[in-house]
Structure formats: structure tokens, C-alpha cells
Design a protein around this ligand. Structure first.
Ligand SMILES: [Zn+2]
Length: 136
């Protein structure tokens, strides 16, 4: 079973769900501790699927956002006017899907969503989040 494998890992290798109310949800996998001292605890796993790997569920992600979302947006900069999609910021990384699921035959391209222009892209550039043709 999935959770048995998780238990074998060192506690330090595991991540804690960042959900502010994770420990308040009554599920068997959250109930931990010795017989008389069992408590519902924040989920701890080697990886999570939600919120960039920080949350065990969409519920926990929403709890976090409800508690901290406004402060996070204000901290990193709240939009005060609409952004506009122009040819200077419309570059989108893409690849040819005809190669199927395998990465081997993929052709990577940079596609401009406004002008429809295409430029070749290396696999390295595709995965490099700092590489962009868009104006910042
Ligand atoms: Zn959680």
C-alpha cells in the first residue's frame, strides 16, 4: 500500500502539507501517535500534487489561500491595471505532439500567439524558465 512505503522513509525526507487546517480534517491517515495519545496531524508525504507540491489536497490549498492569499498578492505586487497581450509578450513555448508521449522525437517551438510566427527552440531552452523572448 502507498502509505506503508511512505512510512519507511525518514521523517526528515518528508514534506508537510502547508494547509493551515490540514490537521482538522478527520481521516484515518491523519490520525497518528501511540494508542492513548493519537491525534489528528498535518499530512506528511514525500510529494504532494497540489500547489507546486506544497498541499495534500485542493481543499488544503484553498485553506491556505483564504488565510494568506491577499497578503501574498500584496507582497509580490497586486495588479492595478489590465495586462495586454501584444506581439512583444505573446511568445509561448510549445512542442509538436505528433511524436506521441515519448520526448525523443519532439520538436520544440516558440510560437507567437499574436503574429503566429514560429521559431525553433532547443529542448534545453524549452525547460529553462529564465529563457524567454517575451519583454519583461
Ligand atoms: Zn493537507
Amino acid at each position: 500500500m502507498y502509505w506503508r512505503n511512505e512510512r519507511r522513509k525518514k521523517m526528515s525526507e518528508l514534506k508537510l502539507c502547508q494547509g493551515t487546517k490540514c490537521h482538522t480534517y478527520h481521516t484515518q491517515d491523519r490520525l497518528k501517535g501511540t494508542k492513548e495519545n493519537k491525534t489528528y496531524q498535518t499530512r506528511r508525504r514525500s510529494s504532494f500534487y497540489y500547489g507546486n507540491g506544497n498541499f495534500c489536497s485542493l481543499n488544503c490549498q484553498n485553506d491556505w489561500f483564504n488565510d494568506f492569499g491577499d497578503r501574498a498578492i500584496d507582497h509580490f505586487g497586486r495588479l492595478t491595471e489590465s495586462k495586454h497581450l501584444t506581439e512583444d509578450n505573446a511568445w509561448v513555448k510549445d512542442y509538436d505532439y505528433r511524436g506521441g508521449w515519448s520526448n525523443e522525437n519532439r520538436t520544440y517551438v516558440y510560437r507567437n500567439a499574436v503574429t503566429k510566427e514560429q521559431r525553433p527552440l532547443t529542448e534545453q531552452q524549452y525547460h529553462d524558465s529564465n529563457y524567454t523572448l517575451n519583454e519583461r
